[in-house]
Design a protein around this ligand. Structure first.
Ligand code: SF4
Ligand code: FES
Length: 263
């Protein structure tokens, strides 16, 4: 439902001082909100009024506000990043809401993402998954001419599509198992599809999956809500590819240990 007039909203916002504290919902009015404002701009205005009254502003993560950095993200009425498909909360506009609507704002809920404050969670578990193998450490030399390393167009397109993951964590927050399979698989596929990344593909798959499990994320049961709620619409196929990479790497490793007897 689109509105041209300014609107008034009621926000039920999760307030929590830190990971140890008990949280609670508190209700706030968002008054005279322009339909052209972004959701975060609306929250900025609410925070201004809270600060004016001497109250603590609502803490939420953000940086680029252009849908590219992956810093923002919380639940709006149970939807990660809100109701608009393929959209980060920083790119969500108030014209998608109705006058008088009540919205429930909650942080990502996952044991591996402890709450830092209010709507902000600690997503450093994702950084540790990346550190465990989400990079290319072979010396690929200087920048190549475009045609020096021929890469089939479908492979390049798939690598690019996977590379658009911004690491926001909406997939984890939406998943009933709090699985990080979509995020991890996007990183694994992105690099496995390119010749420079293939060199370490086996080690990468084993290490990143092991780190994902160590961080306490749940197992994937291929429900698909991760992909449906992903602001970058990362495909579920990545998870199948990750499983294949992982299985292949596990067999290769077994072969190395047994001297090739398992083949
Ligand atoms: S897969 Fe999608 S939802 Fe998950 S971290 Fe990447 S961009 Fe965010
Ligand atoms: S603030 Fe960067 S993606 Fe939303």
């Amino acid at each position: 439902m689109e509105s041209k007039k300014n609107i008034n909203l009621k926000l039920k916002v999760w307030r929590q001082k830190n990971a140890q504290a008990t949280g609670e919902f508190k209700t706030y009015d968002a008054k005279d909100v322009s339909p052209d404002a972004s959701f975060l701009e609306m929250l900025d205005a609410v925070n201004e009024s809270l600060i004016t009254k001497g109250e603590q502003p609502i803490v939420f993560d953000h940086d680029c506000r252009e849908g590219i950095c992956g810093s923002c993200g919380f639940m709006i009425d149970g939807n990660a990043h809100g109701p608009q498909k393929g959209t980060t909360v920083c790119q969500l506009h108030m014209r998608h809401f109705k006058d008088g609507q009540e919205l429930v704002l909650e942080p990502w809920r996952a044991a591996a993402f402890p709450i830092k404050k209010d709507l902000m969670t600690d997503r450093s578990a994702f950084d540790r998954i990346i550190s465990s193998g989400g990079y290319i450490s072979v010396n690929a030399g200087g920048a190549q001419d475009a045609n020096a390393i021929p890469i089939p167009k479908p492979d390049a397109d798939e690598a690019m599509a996977s590379a658009t993951c911004i690491g926001c964590g909406a997939c984890v927050a939406s998943c009933k198992n709090a699985s990080a399979a979509l995020f991890t698989s996007a990183k694994i596929t992105h690099m496995a599809m390119l010749p420079q990344g293939r060199v370490e593909a086996d080690k990468r798959a084993l290490n990143m999956v092991a780190q994902m499990d160590k961080e306490g994320f749940g197992a994937c049961t291929t429900t698909g809500v991760c992909s449906a709620s992903c602001p970058k619409e990362i495909s579920l196929i990545n998870i199948a590819k990750m499983n294949r990479e992982y299985l292949r790497a596990s067999v290769m490793k077994k072969d190395e240990i047994s001297g090739g007897d398992s083949a």
